[in-house]
Design a protein around this ligand. Sequence first.
Ligand code: ZN
Length: 342
Amino acid sequence: MKKLLPTSTVGSLPKPDWLATPEKLWSPWKLEGEKLLEGKKDALRVSLQEQQLAGLDIICDGEQTRQHFVTTFIEHLSGVDFKNRKTVKIRDRYDASVPVVVGEISRKKSVFVDDAKFLRKQTNKPIKWALPGPMTMVDTLYDNYYKSREILAWEFAKALNEEARELQDAGVDIIQFDEPAFNVFFEEVNDWGMAAMERAIEGLNCETAVHICYGYGIKANNDWKKTLGSEWRQYEEIFPKIQKSNIDIVSLECHNSHVPFNLLELIRGKKVMVGAIDVATNIIETPEEVADTIRKALEFVDIENLYPCTNCGMAPLSRNVAKGKLNALSKGAEIIRKELGI
Ligand SMILES: [Zn+2]
């Protein structure tokens, strides 16, 4: 990245009201058939425009063409039954009705590649595409076939790798894997989670990122955060393993979280997408608050490796709040660039 402190979001942005009910996860589409395909493309255009107007440097798809960051990808795989669902506890936190693995996992055709090609044509800026990470996928369904989280993660990693290679060929600059489950199942991360991630990025030449957060600003996550005490040291358990991996970028939750900044020292040398926008509140950060978070992170991340970002996706927020937060992010990064005479 030529520009210092390049800004971006983690991935998702609110969808327009005519496409899906706003401020809701797994919100059903309001259009069908051809109209839905066209609506998704229009929403991609709007989302790109909003990111560009806010002055973001790395563009995401805003996840406008998917209903959910994990399930939409899984829907495109064979071996999964979406009709006879089961209720499981996601990340040991909240119940959700999820699909069931009933046979061998395989990716019959690409999932997001056409959308990526479409976005690529609309902008010359670097683009980042998010995919779910293997461990988080395992944690978002019920397995009645492999009966092993590790083996299932490995099968998902192979499917993700096929998708990632095609996204790279479509011109995506950064492929990000969302792994909120990394913040919960530390032993498994060290045991097989990071290995599955390495399988997912095998052979890629584009940059790769892993996003690890404390979740969307929904009630179950906010309640869980209240139980974590005054210092959140979850990252400490997994950073040494990530530091040794081939992942280029680590995307983290920082602003308003209780993560001690000095934990970033454990991944010194990696690029860090520093979460400077809290997605769990409607209060819009001031540019000065964003700048303050960047300043704190700069003590532990070299400036050429620091990418100001949001804490997580903004899908559940209102469009106005999200827009305000994008502007704050970009203005906050500008404060630091000026301060350092860049
Ligand atoms: Zn997240």
